[in-house]
Unconditional design. Structure first.
Lengths: 367, 367
């Protein structure tokens, strides 16, 4: 289907007044989305980054002004290092010097970095102002913009400072994805596949059959991909807002993936690429415990997410070591999200070191 | 009554799992209080300031260790300037380098500054860790430690960055107040009187009759004073956690008080002193609209809160000017909390400039 065919927003059902919609719509209908979320024209603050600003800064400015908004747009450097106290302070300074009030919306126009940082700023300005996510990357549209995780990094690790803070609206225009670099598209695709694998076998089968069109970003399949993947994230978040239970299933592939990112040094692989490799390991481990799992179907799809070759210098012991030190907090235990079948995930910590080694050997192609 | 006679904690009733107790108990029973709040011995982080550390640092260290806790105590400079991004970062650094986890409690041992700052750190570390208030000043015991307002200052104004974050426990030992400097005692007393005036006529009558013993910090009346004033704060907070309604009544005397603080420059008066003067103005204005208000009884009590003389250079126009510029945000309106009678407050913005001038002239003794 095409973007304009999506009429129904995805509802995130939460208690009190925290429910909100993920609206699928063309960019120029943003003012309508804001009104439907009970946000009335006045001042608003837009946070974006240098990459996104090049494509969309003047567009969002005119779209908002046309409806009577008075937007102040702050463009921050692109990249993970922007999730820092320094850039958080830059948002505070801009917002407060501009005399925002408790009704002034703060809009994040960007990917996961801008969304996380802006959400944290919105949560903490004047003890909370309205927050709107306008995700511009696939990973943000299907994952990070939904669910209220906000925060910044600390030198001790990623996302160690933050809060849960739900947006009033997630406004998703899938046509923004056509300007995304290919590698970022594939990285987001890994997360979409992850959502299918943990909860929705039919969606996985659809991805499997449409993979070529998905890779080509065919406008007739992209909206389906985003909508269905976002719906899975929405469902899990609605059931477990504060990550005390089921939400942990979203970490499928992440125990291995984080360890790979760490062992290789951040930046070698994108997060999505590391998760794709991590899922390959997790699928192998899942199969060990669940003999009927059709892991080869899943692996075949994942193999189409091309990525830089694994450096031959990377040894399995190094990844295993990174896995232990990735237990950031003392009380963290090493746990794995596994699949009993395609579309059905569970959590376990009952695995042996040799299970882990075998899974890693498989994912890294080291027989 | 004596501290040990208070058996019943004050309950703050909030939705979901956010309810908590204000427990009145001697300092050495802190571990019992922590257990009752479902906090189990392990690591904990204690934030305090140089003033409080001199009295209680070694005591809290040994009390916690005796029950199996492993406390890390961080002592920050005393004073309002500690509510800054720099000291917030110092807490993050200490906590994360020490590898706290989501179960590690963070304890604030101090007055309002330490409580607000520590609460904000607890709210934002790992998206929220358990937070415990151990208020050591009167103003903190009756007001700031209860209700979940946390935050830091920004150069644009006080408390502009923060969140609502409820503690798991407020642990109040009224005997800590005997080491408080007299001026701070009086400052807190102004807030306690404010609570009585807005909501509890009987409590006001009790303060009126016991004022001499209160000023002398008689151990037989101090626990009553703190308990009854804290109970009023607790009641209002339970009804209006996020300050969308009734909670604003707690600002009785504050529209004038803030303007006085601002016009004189912060530091000339303590916050409580400024509020005491502000209440004098608000009482005068209240009487204009409510002819049967016995404002002279209230003023007589407030006059016993001695404070530095009002500088003769301070003119009424300067205070009025500060009042307008105190409307920090564009949409803020100038409103006043007034009394219809002792123990009954309401909000209005329907006052004339001459009402304001008359009230100020009265409070500043400028006929």
């Amino acid at each position: 289907m095409l973007l304009q065919d999506i009429e129904q927003p995805i509802r995130i059902e939460l208690s009190q007044d925290r429910s909100y919609d993920v609206v699928f719509s063309a960019f120029d209908k943003l003012p309508e989305g804001l009104r439907n979320a009970n946000l009335r024209p006045g001042k608003c603050l837009v946070i974006t980054d240098t990459n996104v600003a090049g494509h969309y800064r003047s567009r969002i400015d005119s779209v908002l002004k046309d409806d009577g908004w008075d937007p102040l747009i702050l463009t921050l450097p692109a990249g993970e290092t922007t999730k820092s106290p320094k850039h958080l302070q830059a948002i505070y300074d801009a917002a407060l010097a501009w005399k925002i009030d408790r009704q002034t919306p703060v809009l994040a126009l960007g990917g996961g970095v801008i969304g996380d940082l802006t959400g944290f700023a919105a949560a903490t300005l004047l003890r909370g102002v309205p927050f709107v996510q306008i995700p511009t990357s696939l990973i943000a549209q299907v994952d990070s913009a939904i669910g209220g995780k906000t925060g910044i990094n600390h030198e001790e690790g990623k996302n160690l400072v933050g809060v849960f803070y739900q947006p009033k609206l997630v406004f998703t225009d899938t046509t923004l994805l056509y300007t995304l670099p290919r590698r970022e598209w594939l990285s987001g695709l890994a997360e979409a596949i992850k959502h299918a694998l943990i909860l929705d076998e039919a969606f996985f089968a659809w991805i499997e059959s449409e993979m070529s069109r998905i890779l080509a970003r065919d406008p007739e399949v992209v909206p389906d991909l985003v909508y269905r993947a976002a719906a899975i994230k929405a469902k899990i978040v609605s059931e477990d807002e504060l990550e005390r239970g089921r939400r942990v299933l979203l970490n499928f592939g992440h125990t291995f993936g984080h360890a790979l990112e760490r062992a290789l040094g951040y930046g070698t692989y994108t997060h999505g690429e590391a998760v794709a490799l991590g899922m390959k390991a997790a699928l192998h481990m899942s199969r060990r415990f669940n003999r009927h799992l059709k892991q080869s179907r899943a692996e075949k799809v994942l193999e189409r997410i091309t990525m830089p070759p694994i450096p031959s210098s990377l040894g399995i012991p190094a990844v295993r070591e990174a896995m232990s030190s990735d237990k950031k907090r003392e009380s963290d235990r090493l746990y794995f999200v596994l699949l009993s079948k395609l579309g059905d995930a569970y959590v376990t910590d009952d695995v042996t070191p040799s299970d882990i080694d075998a899974a890693l050997a498989h994912a890294l192609g080291r027989p």
